[in-house]
Design a protein around this ligand. Structure first.
Ligand SMILES: C[S@@+](CC[C@H](N)C(=O)[O-])C[C@H]1O[C@@H](n2cnc3c(N)ncnc32)[C@H](O)[C@@H]1O
Length: 310
Protein backbone atom coordinates (compact mmCIF):
# COMPACT_ATOMS: atom_id res chain seq x y z
CA UNK A 1 0.00 0.00 0.00
CA UNK A 2 1.32 3.49 -0.84
CA UNK A 3 0.84 6.66 1.19
CA UNK A 4 0.21 10.34 0.64
CA UNK A 5 2.30 12.75 2.68
CA UNK A 6 0.72 16.15 3.31
CA UNK A 7 3.17 18.88 4.41
CA UNK A 8 1.99 22.09 6.06
CA UNK A 9 3.96 25.20 6.97
CA UNK A 10 2.19 27.11 9.73
CA UNK A 11 2.97 29.83 12.26
CA UNK A 12 3.54 28.89 15.89
CA UNK A 13 0.11 30.07 17.08
CA UNK A 14 -1.54 27.33 15.01
CA UNK A 15 0.67 24.50 16.29
CA UNK A 16 -1.22 23.54 19.50
CA UNK A 17 -4.34 22.86 17.40
CA UNK A 18 -2.92 21.16 14.33
CA UNK A 19 -2.64 17.59 15.64
CA UNK A 20 -6.24 17.79 16.81
CA UNK A 21 -7.40 18.97 13.38
CA UNK A 22 -5.43 16.32 11.50
CA UNK A 23 -6.50 13.54 13.88
CA UNK A 24 -10.12 14.58 13.38
CA UNK A 25 -9.56 14.36 9.63
CA UNK A 26 -8.21 10.82 9.95
CA UNK A 27 -4.44 11.31 9.54
CA UNK A 28 -2.52 8.11 10.25
CA UNK A 29 0.69 9.63 11.55
CA UNK A 30 1.70 13.19 12.36
CA UNK A 31 5.21 14.65 12.59
CA UNK A 32 5.66 18.17 13.98
CA UNK A 33 8.97 19.91 13.26
CA UNK A 34 9.01 23.12 15.26
CA UNK A 35 11.87 25.55 14.55
CA UNK A 36 11.86 26.48 18.27
CA UNK A 37 12.85 22.91 19.22
CA UNK A 38 16.32 23.54 17.82
CA UNK A 39 16.75 26.57 20.07
CA UNK A 40 15.89 24.45 23.10
CA UNK A 41 19.09 22.59 22.31
CA UNK A 42 19.84 19.25 23.80
CA UNK A 43 18.39 17.04 26.42
CA UNK A 44 21.11 15.74 28.65
CA UNK A 45 20.47 12.73 30.76
CA UNK A 46 22.64 10.16 32.47
CA UNK A 47 25.61 11.47 30.57
CA UNK A 48 23.90 10.75 27.24
CA UNK A 49 23.32 13.65 24.90
CA UNK A 50 20.66 13.47 22.25
CA UNK A 51 21.30 16.10 19.63
CA UNK A 52 18.60 17.28 17.31
CA UNK A 53 19.52 17.29 13.65
CA UNK A 54 19.00 20.80 12.19
CA UNK A 55 18.19 19.19 8.87
CA UNK A 56 14.99 17.82 10.45
CA UNK A 57 13.67 21.29 11.32
CA UNK A 58 12.61 24.40 9.36
CA UNK A 59 14.51 27.70 9.86
CA UNK A 60 11.38 29.36 11.18
CA UNK A 61 7.74 28.55 11.91
CA UNK A 62 6.50 24.97 12.09
CA UNK A 63 6.51 22.20 9.52
CA UNK A 64 3.89 19.51 9.98
CA UNK A 65 3.76 16.30 8.01
CA UNK A 66 0.92 13.84 8.11
CA UNK A 67 0.19 10.64 6.30
CA UNK A 68 -2.82 8.99 4.71
CA UNK A 69 -2.97 5.56 3.11
CA UNK A 70 -3.93 5.54 -0.55
CA UNK A 71 -7.37 4.29 0.53
CA UNK A 72 -7.99 7.09 2.99
CA UNK A 73 -6.57 10.02 1.01
CA UNK A 74 -8.99 12.24 -0.89
CA UNK A 75 -8.24 15.52 -2.63
CA UNK A 76 -10.89 17.43 -0.59
CA UNK A 77 -8.74 16.86 2.51
CA UNK A 78 -6.45 19.73 1.54
CA UNK A 79 -9.34 22.16 1.50
CA UNK A 80 -10.80 20.71 4.71
CA UNK A 81 -7.48 21.14 6.54
CA UNK A 82 -7.17 24.73 5.29
CA UNK A 83 -10.73 25.54 6.31
CA UNK A 84 -10.30 24.02 9.78
CA UNK A 85 -7.06 25.98 10.36
CA UNK A 86 -8.45 29.25 9.07
CA UNK A 87 -11.59 28.97 11.14
CA UNK A 88 -9.74 28.50 14.45
CA UNK A 89 -11.15 31.04 16.85
CA UNK A 90 -8.85 33.67 18.36
CA UNK A 91 -5.86 32.30 16.42
CA UNK A 92 -4.17 34.54 13.88
CA UNK A 93 -3.06 32.44 10.91
CA UNK A 94 -0.12 34.31 9.37
CA UNK A 95 1.34 31.36 7.48
CA UNK A 96 -0.43 28.47 5.81
CA UNK A 97 1.13 26.49 2.98
CA UNK A 98 0.12 23.00 2.00
CA UNK A 99 1.67 20.46 -0.38
CA UNK A 100 1.56 16.73 -1.01
CA UNK A 101 3.98 13.99 -1.98
CA UNK A 102 3.57 10.29 -2.75
CA UNK A 103 5.38 7.82 -0.54
CA UNK A 104 5.91 4.26 -1.69
CA UNK A 105 5.22 1.58 0.88
CA UNK A 106 8.86 0.57 0.98
CA UNK A 107 9.83 4.19 1.89
CA UNK A 108 7.35 4.41 4.76
CA UNK A 109 9.46 2.69 7.35
CA UNK A 110 12.48 4.81 6.47
CA UNK A 111 10.39 7.98 6.68
CA UNK A 112 9.61 7.19 10.32
CA UNK A 113 13.18 6.22 11.02
CA UNK A 114 14.37 9.65 9.89
CA UNK A 115 12.25 11.37 12.50
CA UNK A 116 12.28 9.06 15.46
CA UNK A 117 15.30 8.89 17.76
CA UNK A 118 15.92 7.83 21.38
CA UNK A 119 14.69 10.41 23.87
CA UNK A 120 13.79 10.76 27.54
CA UNK A 121 10.00 10.82 27.59
CA UNK A 122 9.50 11.19 31.36
CA UNK A 123 11.43 10.94 34.62
CA UNK A 124 11.77 7.15 34.32
CA UNK A 125 10.99 6.24 30.75
CA UNK A 126 13.31 6.57 27.77
CA UNK A 127 11.82 5.64 24.42
CA UNK A 128 14.20 4.01 21.97
CA UNK A 129 13.32 3.09 18.38
CA UNK A 130 13.44 -0.68 18.03
CA UNK A 131 16.09 -0.37 15.30
CA UNK A 132 18.47 1.82 17.35
CA UNK A 133 21.30 0.58 19.58
CA UNK A 134 21.17 2.28 22.95
CA UNK A 135 23.28 1.95 26.09
CA UNK A 136 20.85 2.40 28.96
CA UNK A 137 21.56 3.47 32.49
CA UNK A 138 20.29 1.05 35.18
CA UNK A 139 18.08 3.78 36.63
CA UNK A 140 16.05 4.28 33.45
CA UNK A 141 13.27 2.16 32.02
CA UNK A 142 13.74 1.77 28.29
CA UNK A 143 10.69 1.23 26.11
CA UNK A 144 11.63 -0.11 22.68
CA UNK A 145 9.14 1.00 20.06
CA UNK A 146 8.37 0.69 16.40
CA UNK A 147 5.31 2.92 16.07
CA UNK A 148 4.70 1.94 12.45
CA UNK A 149 1.29 3.27 11.51
CA UNK A 150 0.10 3.70 15.12
CA UNK A 151 0.15 6.85 17.26
CA UNK A 152 2.37 6.94 20.33
CA UNK A 153 6.11 7.43 20.14
CA UNK A 154 5.97 9.28 23.46
CA UNK A 155 7.13 12.61 22.07
CA UNK A 156 3.63 14.03 21.89
CA UNK A 157 2.71 16.00 25.02
CA UNK A 158 -0.47 13.96 25.52
CA UNK A 159 1.54 10.71 25.70
CA UNK A 160 4.44 12.02 27.79
CA UNK A 161 2.01 13.46 30.36
CA UNK A 162 0.37 10.01 30.61
CA UNK A 163 3.80 8.40 31.07
CA UNK A 164 4.44 10.79 33.97
CA UNK A 165 1.11 9.93 35.58
CA UNK A 166 1.70 6.21 35.05
CA UNK A 167 5.15 6.31 36.64
CA UNK A 168 3.86 8.29 39.62
CA UNK A 169 0.58 6.49 40.32
CA UNK A 170 0.48 3.00 38.82
CA UNK A 171 1.75 0.46 41.35
CA UNK A 172 2.55 -3.22 41.48
CA UNK A 173 -0.49 -5.47 41.15
CA UNK A 174 -2.90 -2.81 39.88
CA UNK A 175 -5.20 -3.98 37.09
CA UNK A 176 -5.22 -1.65 34.09
CA UNK A 177 -7.17 -1.05 30.92
CA UNK A 178 -5.47 1.13 28.28
CA UNK A 179 -8.15 2.50 25.94
CA UNK A 180 -6.85 3.66 22.55
CA UNK A 181 -3.53 1.92 23.06
CA UNK A 182 -2.02 3.01 19.71
CA UNK A 183 1.59 1.82 19.72
CA UNK A 184 0.98 0.19 23.13
CA UNK A 185 3.41 2.57 24.86
CA UNK A 186 1.26 3.23 27.95
CA UNK A 187 0.53 -0.46 28.53
CA UNK A 188 4.25 -1.21 28.33
CA UNK A 189 4.88 1.59 30.86
CA UNK A 190 2.17 0.21 33.18
CA UNK A 191 3.70 -3.26 32.90
CA UNK A 192 7.11 -1.87 33.87
CA UNK A 193 5.52 -0.36 36.98
CA UNK A 194 4.35 -3.85 37.93
CA UNK A 195 0.69 -3.52 36.95
CA UNK A 196 -1.20 -6.74 36.23
CA UNK A 197 -3.40 -7.78 34.56
CA UNK A 198 -3.31 -5.28 31.69
CA UNK A 199 -5.73 -5.07 28.79
CA UNK A 200 -5.02 -2.83 25.77
CA UNK A 201 -7.78 -1.98 23.27
CA UNK A 202 -7.99 0.17 20.17
CA UNK A 203 -10.69 0.83 17.59
CA UNK A 204 -8.07 0.56 14.86
CA UNK A 205 -7.02 -2.99 13.90
CA UNK A 206 -3.67 -1.72 12.63
CA UNK A 207 -2.92 -0.18 16.05
CA UNK A 208 -3.78 -3.46 17.76
CA UNK A 209 -1.32 -5.32 15.52
CA UNK A 210 1.40 -2.69 16.07
CA UNK A 211 0.81 -2.76 19.85
CA UNK A 212 1.16 -6.56 19.87
CA UNK A 213 4.44 -6.28 17.98
CA UNK A 214 5.70 -3.73 20.50
CA UNK A 215 4.64 -5.95 23.42
CA UNK A 216 6.67 -8.72 21.82
CA UNK A 217 9.72 -6.44 21.42
CA UNK A 218 9.42 -5.43 25.09
CA UNK A 219 8.93 -9.01 26.25
CA UNK A 220 5.50 -8.44 27.72
CA UNK A 221 3.35 -10.03 25.01
CA UNK A 222 2.00 -12.62 27.47
CA UNK A 223 1.34 -10.06 30.18
CA UNK A 224 -0.93 -7.80 28.12
CA UNK A 225 -4.24 -8.85 26.63
CA UNK A 226 -4.83 -7.00 23.34
CA UNK A 227 -8.08 -6.56 21.44
CA UNK A 228 -10.01 -4.28 19.15
CA UNK A 229 -12.57 -2.35 21.12
CA UNK A 230 -14.65 0.80 21.16
CA UNK A 231 -13.89 2.73 24.34
CA UNK A 232 -15.22 0.70 27.31
CA UNK A 233 -18.20 -0.73 25.45
CA UNK A 234 -18.65 -4.37 26.52
CA UNK A 235 -15.94 -4.21 29.21
CA UNK A 236 -17.13 -5.88 32.39
CA UNK A 237 -14.03 -6.72 34.42
CA UNK A 238 -13.38 -4.28 37.26
CA UNK A 239 -10.08 -2.36 37.06
CA UNK A 240 -7.85 -0.27 39.33
CA UNK A 241 -6.75 2.05 36.52
CA UNK A 242 -8.39 3.23 33.29
CA UNK A 243 -6.07 5.11 30.92
CA UNK A 244 -7.32 6.96 27.86
CA UNK A 245 -5.30 9.29 25.69
CA UNK A 246 -7.89 10.11 23.04
CA UNK A 247 -9.37 13.43 21.97
CA UNK A 248 -11.55 15.24 24.53
CA UNK A 249 -14.88 14.73 22.78
CA UNK A 250 -14.16 10.97 22.65
CA UNK A 251 -12.89 10.76 26.24
CA UNK A 252 -16.12 12.53 27.20
CA UNK A 253 -18.13 9.53 25.95
CA UNK A 254 -16.44 7.09 28.33
CA UNK A 255 -16.29 9.01 31.64
CA UNK A 256 -19.36 7.38 33.20
CA UNK A 257 -18.32 3.92 32.00
CA UNK A 258 -14.84 4.48 33.47
CA UNK A 259 -16.39 5.35 36.84
CA UNK A 260 -18.57 2.23 36.79
CA UNK A 261 -15.72 -0.07 35.73
CA UNK A 262 -13.25 1.14 38.36
CA UNK A 263 -12.81 -0.39 41.80
CA UNK A 264 -13.10 1.92 44.81
CA UNK A 265 -10.10 4.27 44.90
CA UNK A 266 -9.51 3.40 41.24
CA UNK A 267 -7.71 5.91 39.01
CA UNK A 268 -8.81 7.45 35.73
CA UNK A 269 -5.97 8.91 33.65
CA UNK A 270 -7.48 11.03 30.89
CA UNK A 271 -5.39 12.84 28.29
CA UNK A 272 -5.70 14.19 24.74
CA UNK A 273 -7.67 17.16 26.08
CA UNK A 274 -6.99 20.54 24.51
CA UNK A 275 -6.99 23.56 26.84
CA UNK A 276 -10.38 24.81 25.75
CA UNK A 277 -12.08 21.53 26.62
CA UNK A 278 -10.49 21.25 30.10
CA UNK A 279 -13.41 22.72 32.07
CA UNK A 280 -16.03 20.76 30.13
CA UNK A 281 -14.20 17.45 30.74
CA UNK A 282 -13.50 18.27 34.39
CA UNK A 283 -17.15 19.15 35.02
CA UNK A 284 -18.22 15.82 33.57
CA UNK A 285 -15.54 13.90 35.53
CA UNK A 286 -16.67 15.52 38.79
CA UNK A 287 -20.37 14.99 38.00
CA UNK A 288 -19.66 11.29 37.42
CA UNK A 289 -18.42 11.09 41.03
CA UNK A 290 -14.65 11.31 40.61
CA UNK A 291 -12.36 13.51 42.69
CA UNK A 292 -9.83 15.29 40.46
CA UNK A 293 -6.42 14.77 42.07
CA UNK A 294 -3.90 16.10 39.55
CA UNK A 295 -3.93 18.21 36.40
CA UNK A 296 -0.88 18.61 34.19
CA UNK A 297 -0.57 20.88 31.20
CA UNK A 298 1.87 20.99 28.32
CA UNK A 299 1.87 22.71 24.92
CA UNK A 300 -1.85 23.47 25.01
CA UNK A 301 -2.80 19.96 26.16
CA UNK A 302 -4.17 18.81 29.52
CA UNK A 303 -3.94 15.44 31.31
CA UNK A 304 -6.08 14.66 34.33
CA UNK A 305 -5.77 12.09 37.11
CA UNK A 306 -9.08 11.47 38.85
CA UNK A 307 -9.89 9.06 41.68
CA UNK A 308 -13.09 7.14 42.34
CA UNK A 309 -13.71 8.03 45.97
CA UNK A 310 -16.89 6.40 47.31
C1 LIG B 1 -3.83 9.82 20.59
S1 LIG B 1 -3.73 8.10 20.22
C2 LIG B 1 -3.03 7.49 21.75
C3 LIG B 1 -2.06 6.35 21.57
C4 LIG B 1 -1.30 5.96 22.83
N1 LIG B 1 -2.18 5.46 23.86
C5 LIG B 1 -0.52 7.13 23.39
O1 LIG B 1 -0.85 7.59 24.48
O2 LIG B 1 0.38 7.62 22.70
C6 LIG B 1 -5.44 7.66 20.34
C7 LIG B 1 -5.72 6.23 19.99
O3 LIG B 1 -7.09 6.01 20.27
C8 LIG B 1 -7.66 5.20 19.28
N2 LIG B 1 -9.10 5.44 19.31
C9 LIG B 1 -9.80 6.47 18.76
N3 LIG B 1 -11.11 6.33 19.02
C10 LIG B 1 -11.25 5.19 19.77
C11 LIG B 1 -12.36 4.51 20.34
N4 LIG B 1 -13.61 4.97 20.20
N5 LIG B 1 -12.13 3.36 21.04
C12 LIG B 1 -10.88 2.87 21.17
N6 LIG B 1 -9.77 3.46 20.64
C13 LIG B 1 -9.97 4.62 19.95
C14 LIG B 1 -6.96 5.62 18.01
O4 LIG B 1 -7.03 4.59 17.03
C15 LIG B 1 -5.53 5.87 18.52
O5 LIG B 1 -4.73 4.72 18.41
Amino acid sequence: MDYKEITLMINHEVEPFIADILNELGANGIVIEDSLELQKGRIETFGEIYELDPADYPDKDVRVKCYYSEFDYRAELLEQIEQAVKSLQDVEVTRFEISTADIKDEDWENEWKNHFHAFKASEKFTVVPSWEDYQSDPSEEVIHLDPGMAFGTGDHATTSMCLRLVEQHVKKGMSVIDVGTGSGILSIAAHRMGAAPIRAVDLDKVAVRVAEENFEINQCRDAIETDTGNLLVGETEKRDVVIANILAHIVDLMIDDAFNLLNDNGLFIASGIIDEKEEMIKDHISEAGFKIETTIREKGWVAILAKKVQ
